[in-house]
Write a protein that binds this ligand. Structure first.
Ligand code: HEM
Length: 121
């Protein structure tokens, strides 16, 4: 009887030990550092002359330059045919947006940046 009792205790200890050991990883852990690419480097550059073609008129896309970023506002219902409260897409509208609009910068940040304005423009 004592032998059976010892055997049961032994099995219980073995079972506990098996449960507490770390599972062996089935896949090797990837230790390679993730390369972080700044989004800016992937964007094309556009001059003001190129930007002027995206005025939203006659089916053209409506792009506006704000602080060096070019945003696509084509999908906005507030910019029909690239026009918005007396302003037309295809231009750098940084000054009117920041100094004259009632909403400031927040609205434009919802729209995708499609390009960067060329340096010095
Ligand atoms: C004084 C001139 C302007 C007025 C009175 C004006 C007014 C408005 C109003 C009433 C809206 C509707 C949504 C809201 O109230 O936030 C709006 C949206 C917007 N405005 Fe202006 N705005 C002006 C100039 C500009 C300029 C210069 C830009 C340049 C990018 C701009 C960009 C936008 C954008 C991106 C939206 C959001 C469109 C959307 O969510 O679909 N606004 N504006």
């Amino acid at each position: 009887m004592r032998k059976i009792y010892l055997f049961i205790v032994f099995i219980a200890i073995l079972t506990l030990a098996a449960c507490t050991t770390e599972p062996t990883p089935t896949q090797p852990i990837d230790t390679e550092p993730v390369e972080s690419q700044p989004v800016e480097t992937e964007l094309p550059t556009m001059t003001l002359a190129e930007l002027s073609q995206y005025d939203g008129k006659n089916g053209a896309k409506a792009y506006v330059a704000i602080s060096g970023n070019i945003y696509d506002v084509t999908s906005s219902v507030y910019w029909p045919n690239g026009s918005h409260n007396g302003y037309q897409a295809g231009q750098d509208l940084t000054q009117p947006l920041l100094n004259l609009s009632p909403h400031g910068i927040t609205n434009i940040l919802r729209f995708p940046v499609v390009a960067k304005l060329a340096d010095g423009e």
